[in-house]
Design a protein around this ligand. Sequence first.
Ligand SMILES: [Zn+2]
Length: 280
Amino acid sequence: MGIGLGVEVENTSMDSFLASEGYPRKSRRYCKVVRCWCGSDALVELPAHGDYQLCRTCGCLLLRCVLAPTYLEELYGEAYFDAHQVAIGLPPLWRRYETDAHDRIPIWMAAILRRFSGGRLIEVGSSHGRFLKELAGAGFQVTGLELDHAMASRAREKTGLDIRCSSLEQIAAASYDVLVANDVLEHLYDPGKMLSDSMRVLKEGGRAFFQTVVFDGWRACPPVVLRPLYHVVLFSRESLERLIPPSGRLMSIEETVFGCSYIVVLKNPATGKIDLRGRV
Ligand SMILES: [Zn+2]
């Protein structure tokens, strides 16, 4: 179903915000969010946190104003890393190829290696490709999906791996043992579809790992998480559980050491077979 969007309008203050983040200054169009991804339109304004609204049905926070879908591609290209993420204090994209290997990637590797020692693995939103490089070194046969053409091309050159400028919808069913999508769900206008598509590409018994930022109360939520335009949905634990499609089984929701984020593990349930590979 996805979030419900109102009509496209101009918004000069959001244009100014994007320019302040380092994106080229130009006029874009924006939409008000009028319905939660869960189908509810019981959305409550939050005067103290004006960029977000609360869904009274599932408990997630939703942006009130998002970029019109036709403008999303430019939001998540290399500019996302080299403009926005530098603005919030992180290194630029290709410096992160080095730094990510020493901070977040060991945490993500541990979550996967606890349950798998190899197999076919696909990462959605693989950006610079360093996580895939480490996974390939650990014995996985890897594929990366990256929607930005330039980033996919540079990551492919740098890693020598199968990194495609492609979407999950284009991947054949039942073709992977493991799927990973870190820091992706919260940016999507239809996160439920992402989970359904993920279950579809997994083999029976396969696992999907999603790291996502969450809303567990205002004190636990640093201001950087609540900036306009990027985190479309901030899930609560309850809303994450609601998001799981009938084709998936929730195995665990674990807090990460980064704070304000969880790793959700789903399984494509085996039907009538003994699952020898996966361990929870
Ligand atoms: Zn909702």
